[in-house]
Design a protein around this ligand. Structure first.
Ligand code: GLU
Length: 356
């Protein structure tokens, strides 16, 4: 009898010790909010061999999380659906709405990190925007996938697992907005999509910041340019963005697109030029005219990498034009729009384009 009572007591003690241990583990786990916006990571195909032909933005974020039960071992995860769209349909309004919601969540003591599931088409624009405007050191990770969850070799589950790992890690704090895809951690500033269908599509011209492998984060370098808390742009204070458009250049380019964008009310035009932001002879007077109407002219390069040299291909001082640093046209659009919320002085704009 005595023996049985002791055994029972031992059982109760063991059980309560186990419970308090699991409560401790629970306490130690980071709280991560996964915000769903759509994209292929929320996509579904008609069959398992549809790796590139499928419908994107159909699976709700809670279902995406539930499909990767492993994430609950590394963090307390909850989902929040903000949009259900292909990322090509992101616009300034949606960008601001997303940024403001992320900012609100980051201020909560019970949120340690954020993951945003996103279409891969414009991940680089959203990540750069958040990298420039969020005012927090907590990790924010944008993640997508190239194949829908229904496909053979689907990449979304591992990408999401890795993204939650990064968002839950103190090692990722203070490194700006990150993009995690295909085992790599990229800076939102640098990363760009380079291939239309392959899983290894994301590249940064200077390489990723690190890897995620076997549940471990391995960082090898840090972002050199100011981001998040170090910038003059605050998402909480921006309620609209000035219109900035991009004109892609090619042989036989005409003035039609420049004229249309000026008429539509553009405050700046990114001239996505050939080579070093070159300007065709028939476009030189057009850009002078654009500038004379008070619209900023920003020379970028369509080559995919490299810097545009001020007063190189064109006399920017003379024409009062500015040049991008190494930002591609779509990133230059984001930075120029943000810069124009602060200044319309071309010299100040040039400083901002060189700074971030
Ligand atoms: N075009 C869609 C998007 O960007 C699907 C592409 C993807 O997510 O990989 O949302």
């Amino acid at each position: 009898m005595q023996h049985q009572k002791l055994k029972q007591l031992g059982g109760v003690l063991l059980l309560s010790a186990a419970m308090s241990l699991s409560a401790q583990a629970q306490e130690k786990k980071a709280n991560v909010v996964v915000i769903g916006t759509g994209g292929t990571i929320a996509g579904a195909g008609a069959s398992s061999v549809n790796t590139a032909a499928y419908q994107s933005a159909v699976v709700p974020v809670d279902k995406i999380i539930a499909a990767v039960p492993e994430v609950s071992k590394i963090a307390n995860v909850r989902g929040e659906q903000i949009f259900q769209i292909g990322s090509e349909s992101f616009n300034d309004e949606r960008l601001l709405k997303l940024g403001k919601r992320v900012s609100e969540l980051l201020k909560q003591n019970d949120v340690d990190g954020i993951v945003i599931t996103h279409g891969t088409d414009t991940i680089e624009e959203t990540a750069y925007f958040l990298n420039l405007t969020l005012k927090s050191d907590k990790p924010v990770v944008v993640v997508g996938s190239m194949r829908p969850g229904t496909a053979l070799g689907a990449d979304g589950a591992l990408n999401l697992y890795d993204a939650v790992l990064v968002a839950a890690s103190k090692d990722a704090a203070g490194k700006g907005t990150l993009v995690v895809m295909n085992d790599e951690i990229h800076s939102g500033r640098d990363v760009t999509k380079t291939n239309s269908f392959k899983v290894e599509t994301f590249r940064s011209p200077y390489g990723p910041l690190g890897y995620v492998v076997e549940g471990k984060l391995m960082f090898y370098r840090l972002p050199a340019r100011p981001h998040t808390t170090q910038t003059e742009f605050d998402i909480d204070k921006i309620n609209s963005l000035p219109r900035v458009d991009v004109v892609y250049n090619y042989g036989n380019v005409s003035r039609a697109a420049y004229d249309a964008f000026v008429t539509a009310g553009a405050k700046a035009i990114i001239h996505d030029g050939t080579g070093n932001g070159s300007v065709a002879e028939q476009i030189v007077p057009v850009l002078q005219e654009v500038r004379s109407k008070g619209v900023q002219v920003v020379r970028a390069t369509r080559t995919g990498s490299g810097v545009v040299i001020r007063n190189g291909e064109q006399p920017d001082d003379k024409f009062d034009w500015v040049v991008t640093d190494d930002q591609n046209a779509q990133k230059a659009r984001i930075l120029t729009a943000l810069a124009l919320t602060k200044t319309n002085d071309s010299k100040e704009l040039q400083k901002i384009l060189w700074k971030y």
